[in-house]
Design a binder for this molecule. Structure first.
Ligand code: NAP
Ligand code: HSE
Length: 425
């Protein structure tokens, strides 16, 4: 049975999807019983060369959604608008939608899920987190019966590439970022990648899937990697850690915490071995134990493959007269304020190398209820580098201690303060 497919966007992912739809038509039909027929691909620039025949190209986005031959719409243009309104238009017309647009899902997810439910059609977004890694379907189906404790995700390939290269080569941040842009990992404007915004959108989706709680990307506590110094990556390695940008979604004190920040990860943790532009999500549950989903988190081939899986799923259901319920089912859960989260911290201080300085610094931690786990010092006569790792203590206590240290005459600089991964909650 035939299903006509209209694609909004024919770039990195959309172009590869269109090519695959044409090249794999018979194979897909043999495997799934669904004959997918590419109808149109909407783009901005009609003259650009594409990896699929020009006869499919149009610059009229709306005509793709409205075409009676198009029964299923794939949104791969990115951005919030007009992508959001086109998706709502397709759903209202009873057409299932597949998208890889994490920014849009993070911003307008609940509204889009409601529209799909009201229209009785599927909305699928497997490629929105982790690119080619099957993640959203396993979380929403295979793990539906598990009360998950925590998800730790390396969900941005650009930042993982940068941190891995700084670790491997000792290269400064700015040089590695330029290389990431040259290789096509980072966007021309890499703000959302290095600032953590892309990971925050993905963290919102992961938290919705795992805990049924919706924390808009704007409400996710987000720190990027732009302040990370190669020196701290080297010191962390000496202490037995590597630095990763983690998206964390965890069940804490009856609520859910969702955050994105650079984190020290022990070198023997599975996430420490996820290098380069790869993505991974480490899932912890009381009965399932630990699971690691890992693979290519970006790129035309991996992402289009995940999108195509959704297209086949949605087409099968369309033909059967059923639908896939939105993968995220929102419940009543509450969000735990960031200040209430406990963790260990790695802190690097540049201090005066003088009698009593160490005691003064230890006193500040004690006054704020933060216990020190380990200390390492390199005294050079007039100044010294001091590395401390603390025991678990509330975020608010750590922040107050760091502010107080910053105010001491003997502390020349609080050069780094990075959270350390905590044991399973
Ligand atoms: P891209 O290469 O920039 O492609 C975007 C496509 O949409 C282009 O074909 C562009 O036309 C078209 N387009 C954009 N705005 C348009 C408008 N107003 N009117 C008509 N056409 C328009 O983006 P991409 O990398 O394929 O990403 C697509 C989506 O997948 C995004 O939501 C992204 O976040 C998501 N995603 C991407 C990756 C990845 O590795 N690239 C991984 C996971 C998820 P022109 O070609 O004419 O410019
Ligand atoms: N810019 C994103 C990344 C693309 O670097 O992971 C995939 O979402």
């Amino acid at each position: 049975m035939r299903v006509g497919v209209g694609v909004l966007g024919g770039g990195t992912v959309g172009g590869t999807l269109a090519r695959k739809l044409l090249a794999e038509r018979e194979n897909i039909a043999a495997k799934s019983g669904v004959e997918l027929e590419l109808v149109k691909v909407a783009v901005r620039d009609l003259d650009r060369e594409r990896p699929f025949p020009a006869e499919y190209v149009t610059d009229d986005l709306q005509s793709v959604v409205d075409d009676p031959d198009v029964q299923l719409v794939v949104e791969l243009m990115g951005g919030i608008e007009p992508a959001g309104d086109l998706i709502l238009r397709a759903l209202a017309a009873g057409k299932p939608v597949v998208t890889a647009n994490k920014a849009l899902i993070a911003e307008r997810g609940p509204e889009i899920f409601e529209a799909a439910t009201a229209a009785g059609v599927s909305i699928l977004f497997e490629a929105a987190v982790g690119g080619g890694i099957p993640l959203i379907r396993p979380l929403s189906e295979s793990l539906a019966g598990e009360r998950l404790n925590r998800l730790l995700g390396i969900v941005n390939g650009t930042t993982n590439y940068i941190l891995s290269a700084m670790d491997a080569d000792g290269a400064p941040y700015a040089d590695v970022l330029a290389e990431a842009q040259r290789l096509g990992y980072a966007e021309a404007d890499p703000t959302a990648d290095v600032g953590g915004g892309d990971a925050a959108a993905k963290a919102t989706i992961l938290a919705g899937l795992a805990f049924g709680v919706w924390v808009g990307a704007d409400a996710v506590h987000t720190e990027g990697i732009d302040g990370i110094d190669t020196l701290d990556i080297e010191f962390a390695r000496d202490l037995g850690y590597c630095v990763k940008l983690l998206a964390v979604a965890e069940s804490v004190n009856g609520g859910v915490s969702v955050r994105v920040h650079p984190t020290l990860v022990p070198l023997d943790h599975p996430l420490a071995n996820v290098r380069g532009a790869h993505n991974a999500v480490f899932v912890e549950g009381p009965d399932i134990g630990d699971l690691l989903f890992m693979g290519p988190g970006a790129g035309g081939g991996p992402t289009a493959t995940a999108v195509l899986g959704d297209v086949i799923d949605a087409a099968r259901d369309l033909l059967a007269g059923t639908r896939v319920a939105p993968r995220i089912k929102l419940g009543e859960g509450s969000v735990v304020p960031f200040g209430e989260i406990s963790s260990k911290w790695y802190i690097r201080l540049e201090v005066a190398d003088a009698p009593g300085v160490l005691a003064q610094i230890a006193g500040v931690f004690g006054e704020h209820g933060v216990s020190i786990m380990s200390v390492w010092q390199d005294g050079r006569g007039d100044d010294a580098t001091l590395l401390l790792v603390t025991h678990d203590a509330p975020e608010a206590a750590h922040q107050a201690a760091v502010r107080a240290l910053d105010g001491l005459d003997t502390v020349k600089q609080v050069a780094a303060a990075i959270r350390v991964i905590s044991p399973e909650p």
